[in-house]
Design a protein around this ligand. Structure first.
Ligand SMILES: [Zn+2]
Length: 302
């Protein structure tokens, strides 16, 4: 079924099964966006979707004992010019040994003691006994720099960023959104957050997730987002992502996009398409805002 999506008119709400009034598109660029959106919605409706690619996640960094150290000890370590310091035995465990004559560096571990104190409750005037841990001093723990050890090589440090950053980085920069790549936390592929500075956190290099979170960020430039997984917001971000994938010649995520959108309408395809039409003008606005900042070759008018 061909839907006629018209740009430049708002609100663009089309009731179930309705085609809406047809007027001339605002310009040719919009016409191209409209065409792409139509193609994607048609793909969703017909279920005629390209084969899906496998999804990926960013693996956790190598375990290093210093990962769990205090900030002070991490600073002591980096002042000694190393990113990895371990105890004598800890090096042995990874089949490395400390070179002859190497000097230890010392980190500090608190000496703790539990004491019982009497606390006066200011409201009731009662005296209560409470157990508290106090620090009575510090142990010095000798550790050795990676540079002062020899033996089997450690696996290479994990670089979280993809070797080549995905397109539309300038869009995030333009709207003041930080982009952070971090290991998978077992919860989400990524998220956009706007409290305490706008940021996109990605736990995958999958381009669809990048476009999805960017969709939230661009949507947020003209729409007040609500916290949590709000269906309308999610469908805007996902349709934006599907369109961006299509415009960049990436077709392996459409099935996921469609499944994701349907999951917010009780897996009812008809309801999903209807909801798409309700939020379509927001997606169009997102795309126009992106185009105002970045070049999308597929949308160039030849
Ligand atoms: Zn989302």
């Amino acid at each position: 079924m061909q839907h006629n999506v018209i740009m430049g008119q708002r609100p663009l709400f089309q009731p179930k099964g309705g085609m809406g009034a047809i007027t001339a598109p605002v310009n040719m660029v919009n016409e191209k966006v409209t065409k792409k959106l139509n193609e994607i919605i048609e793909m969703f409706e017909t279920g005629n979707l390209p084969p899906a690619v496998a999804r990926t996640i960013i693996a956790k960094d190598l375990p290093r004992p210093s990962n769990s150290w205090s900030i002070g000890n991490k600073m002591l370590m980096s002042l000694q010019g190393t990113e990895d310091a371990r105890g004598f035995k800890q090096w042995q465990e990874v089949n490395r040994w400390v070179k002859k004559g190497a000097k230890a560096i010392y980190i500090l571990a608190p000496k703790k003691r539990t004491i019982t104190v009497t606390v006066l409750d200011s409201e009731t005037g009662e005296k209560n006994k409470e157990k508290r841990q106090i620090i009575t001093g510090f142990y010095q723990i000798p550790v050795f720099r990676y540079e002062d050890t020899d033996g089997e090589p450690l696996p290479a440090r994990q670089e979280y960023k993809p070797p080549k950053l995905p397109p539309l980085q300038d869009v995030a920069k333009h709207f003041g959104v930080d982009v952070i790549y971090a290991p998978f936390d077992g919860r989400s592929y990524g998220f956009y957050s706007w409290t305490g500075g706008k940021k996109i956190v990605l736990h995958t290099h999958d381009i669809r997730t990048w476009f999805h979170e960017l969709g939230h960020a661009v949507h947020n430039t003209f729409y007040t987002l609500r916290n949590g997984q709000v269906p309308e917001q999610e469908i805007v971000a996902e349709l934006f992502a599907a369109t961006m994938c299509e415009l960049h010649g990436i077709h392996g995520f459409h099935q996921y996009s469609w499944d994701y959108i349907k999951s917010y309408t009780g897996n009812d395809p008809a309801a999903a398409v209807q909801t798409i039409f309700q939020i379509l003008s927001d997606v169009e606005e997102c795309i126009l805002r992106v185009m105002a900042v970045a070049d999308i070759p597929a949308l160039k008018i030849s």
